[in-house]
Design a protein around this ligand. Structure first.
Ligand code: ADP
Ligand code: MG
Length: 557
C-alpha cells in the first residue's frame, strides 16, 4: 500500500500522542518499521545512550523516492487505509506518527531504496523540515539515522538517566524484538561495541540462548498449545532457575511485544507453589489470535493491549504453561547446608538450653534481650524465650540482617573479605545485564567481585565476597545486576548491593538448623544494630509479652 495521510475519521479513532519518551522509544519505533517492511536483517547502533546517535538499518522493502517525504507527515502511513483496517491490524505500526514525532525532536536522515528503483533516495531533516534531498545509491532497504535527540528540549534531556541506563533500556528493547522475531538477524552495537547478535535462523531456543546463555536456553521447557481462540507457544524456565524480578518475562501477542499484567499473572499462577516468594520465572511466550479479539489502540506506544476475552486468554495461557511444567519432573530446590566455622561465635554470654534462667543484669546494653532457644518451628521460625515472654524469629530475615550489617561494615572499612575462586566461574549475560555490569563494575569490585570480560557477553568471575561463599554465585550476580539496573532511586547503590547479597546469602526458610546453629544465629542477631527488622524493613521477630500471654490465657483480665 502506498503511504497516505489518514482521513480525519480514522485519525480521530487512534490513540494519538507522544511516542518519543526516551532514546529506547526511538529505537522501538524504528525497529518496528523495519520489521513491518519485512526486513530479515536489522542493525541497530546507538551512541551516548542514544542521545548522540541512533541508527537503524534494514534490508526491507524500502520506501519509494516519491513517498519518502510523505513518510514524515503526521498520520501518513502505508499500513492502514480505513476504519475497517483498524479492526484487523497485522502490522506493528499503524498510526503514521513515529517518523514525524522523531523528526520533531531530533535531526534525522533517511536513505532508502526499493527493489524497483535503480537508485536510492536520501533526505535530511532538521526540526522536522527537509534541509537536503538527493539521490544516493545503496542496497535495497532503509537506514534511519537520528542525531542529537532532544537537543532543543532540555527538559526532556534532564529527564533521561545516565548513558548506561539508557543503553540498558535500548539493549532490553532490542532483545525483546530479537526474541519475538527469531527469523530476523539482529545486530546491536552500543557505543561501537557489539552487544547482541542473533543468527536469524528462526529457532526461538537459539534466540533465547543469545540472550540468556546457552545453558539456560537448553533447559527451558517448550510451551505449545493450540486452542480455538488462540495459539500459545514459547519457552519457560524450570522452576529451579528463577529470577528475583519480572524483567525476564517476555510476552508477544501477534508478534508485538506487550506489557500485560494479565499474561504475567497467568504465567506466575502456573508456577504457583513451585517458586519461592519473590521469585519469578523466565518466560518467552508467543500468543497469536485473531485481530478482532484484541484492542491495540489503547496507548500510542502500543505496548498495552486489551483482550476481548480476558478470562479465556488467562486460562489458556496458564494451562499451556502448566502442561509444559508437568512434562518434566521437578527437582526440589537443593538445600544449602548451613555451615558455620566453629569457634567463631564462642561467647560467655551464650545461654545453653539447659540453663533455665536469664541473667537480667546483663540486659540493658542490648537492644535484644538474651534469649533462650527452645526450638525451630516449620524449619522456618526459631522459638525462643526471653525475660518478657516468647519470641518467634524468622530465620531468613534474621540472618539477612546479620549479613547486611557485616557486609556494609566490611565495605565501609574497606575490609571486604574476598574469596578467590580456584576455578573461575563463567557467566553469560544478557545485553541488558552486560550494560549494567559495565556501569557497576567498580561498585561490585568494592564488594569483592572480580569479573573479567571473556568475549561475547561471557564473563569470568574470579573472586567473590567471602561472606557469600555458600551462595550460588551466578544467581547472585544476576540478582545484583537486576537490582542495579536502570534504577537510580533513593536507595544508595551500596545498600542495594548489600541488600541483594544479604538476601541471597542468608539461610532460607525451610532449612533445618541444629541447636548450635540456632544459637549462633541468635547471638549474632543480638549484636546487630537493628535486630528487630531485616534490611527491607520487615520484622525479624514477633514478640509475645508475658502480659499478652497471660491475657490470652485468661489468667488476667
Ligand atoms: P507507521 O509505522 O505507523 O505507519 P511511521 O511514521 O513509523 O508510521 O512510518 C511511516 C511510513 O513510512 C510507514 O507506514 C512506512 O510506509 C514507511 N516506513 C517507515 N520506516 C520504514 C522502513 N524501515 N522501511 C520501509 N518503509 C518504512
Ligand atoms: Mg512506525
Amino acid at each position: 500500500m502506498p503511504i497516505k495521510v489518514l482521513a480525519t475519521e480514522v485519525v480521530s479513532k487512534i490513540a494519538a500522542g507522544e511516542v518519543v519518551e526516551r532514546p529506547a522509544s526511538v529505537v522501538k519505533e524504528l525497529i518496528e518499521n523495519s520489521l513491518d517492511a519485512g526486513a530479515m536483517e536489522i542493525v541497530v547502533e546507538a551512541q551516548g545512550g542514544g542521545v548522540e546517535l541512533i541508527k537503524v538499518s534494514d534490508n526491507g522493502t524500502g520506501i519509494p523516492f516519491s513517498e519518502l517525504e510523505l513518510a514524515f507527515h503526521r498520520y501518513a502511513t502505508s499500513k492502514i487505509g480505513n476504519l475497517d483496517d483498524l479492526e484487523k491490524i497485522s502490522s506493528l505500526g499503524f498510526r503514521g506518527e513515529a517518523l514525524p514525532s522523531i523528526a520533531a525532536v531530533a535531526e534525522v536522515a533517511i536513505s532508502s531504496q526499493t527493489s524497483s528503483e535503480t537508485i536510492g533516495s536520501y533526505l535530511h531533516l532538521r526540526k522536522g523540515e527537509v534541509v537536503r534531498r538527493e539521490s544516493r545509491a545503496r542496497p535495497q532497504g532503509t537506514t534511519v539515522t537520528v542525531h542529537r535527540l532532544f537537543r532543543y528540549f532540555p527538559a526532556r534531556l534532564k529527564f533521561l538517566k545516565s548513558v548506561n541506563t539508557e543503553n540498558s533500556h535500548i539493549a532490553h528493547l532490542a532483545s525483546q524484538y530479537a526474541l519475538a522475531f527469531p527469523e530476523v538477524k539482529f545486530n546491536l552495537v552500543l557505543d561501537k561495541r557489539q552487544s547482541l547478535h542473533t543468527t536469524g535462523n528462526g529457532d526461538l531456543r537459539e534466540a533465547v540462548s543469545e540472550m540468556y546463555g546457552s545453558e539456560l536456553a537448553q533447559r527451558m521447557l517448550k510451551v505449545e498449545q493450540n486452542d480455538t481462540l488462540l495459539k500459545v507457544g514459547g519457552l519457560v524456565s524450570l522452576p529451579s532457575v528463577a529470577r528475583s524480578n519480572r524483567n525476564y518475562l517476555s510476552f508477544f501477542v501477534n508478534r508485538r511485544w506487550v506489557h500485560s499484567p494479565l499474561l504475567t499473572r497467568a504465567t506466575e499462577e502456573a508456577y504457583r507453589g513451585l517458586l519461592k516468594d519473590g521469585q519469578h520465572p523466565i518466560a518467552v511466550i508467543n500468543i497469536s489470535l485473531p485481530g478482532q479479539e484484541l484492542d491495540l489502540n489503547i496507548h500510542p506506544a502500543k505496548v498495552q493491549i486489551k483482550f476481548c476475552q480476558e478470562q479465556a486468554v488467562f486460562a489458556i495461557v496458564k494451562k499451556a504453561i502448566e502442561v509444559a511444567l508437568a512434562r518434566t519432573p521437578i527437582a526440589s530446590p537443593k538445600a544449602v547446608p548451613f555451615s558455620v566455622s566453629s569457634g567463631q561465635w564462642q561467647s560467655p554470654r551464650m545461654i545453653m538450653d539447659n540453663e533455665p534462667a536469664f541473667v537480667v543484669a546483663q540486659l540493658p546494653t542490648l537492644e535484644l534481650p538474651l534469649l533462650r532457644v527452645l526450638g525451630q518451628l516449620a524449619n522456618t521460625y526459631i522459638i525462643a524465650e526471653g525475660p518478657d515472654g516468647l519470641y518467634l524469629i524468622d530465620q531468613h530475615a534474621a540472618h539477612e540482617r546479620i549479613l547486611y550489617d557485616r557486609i556494609l561494615a566490611q565495605w565501609s572499612q574497606k575490609e571486604v573479605e574476598v574469596q578467590g575462586l580456584l576455578q573461575p566461574i563463567t557467566i553469560e549475560l544478557s545485553p541488558r545485564e552486560e550494560e549494567t555490569l559495565k556501569a557497576s563494575k567498580e561498585s561490585l569490585a568494592e564488594f569483592g567481585f572480580t569479573i573479567e570480560p571473556f568475549g561475547n557477553r561471557s564473563y569470568l568471575i574470579r573472586t567473590m565476597p567471602a561472606l557469600m561463599a555458600r551462595a550460588n554465585i551466578i544467581e547472585i550476580i544476576i540478582v545484583l545486576l537486576d537490582s542495579l539496573a536502570g534504577k537510580e532511586g533513593p536507595t544508595p547503590w551500596e545498600e542495594r548491593i548489600a541488600q541483594s547479597l544479604a538476601c541471597h546469602g542468608a539461610i532460607r526458610a525451610g532449612q533445618q538448623l541444629n541447636n548450635d546453629e540456632i544459637r549462633e544465629l541468635i547471638k549474632q542477631l543480638e549484636q546487630t544494630k537493628q535486630p528487630r527488622t531485616c534490611p527491607h524493613g520487615r520484622p525479624t521477630m514477633i514478640h509475645l509479652t508475658s502480659h499478652q500471654l497471660e491475657k490470652e490465657f485468661g489468667r488476667i483480665s
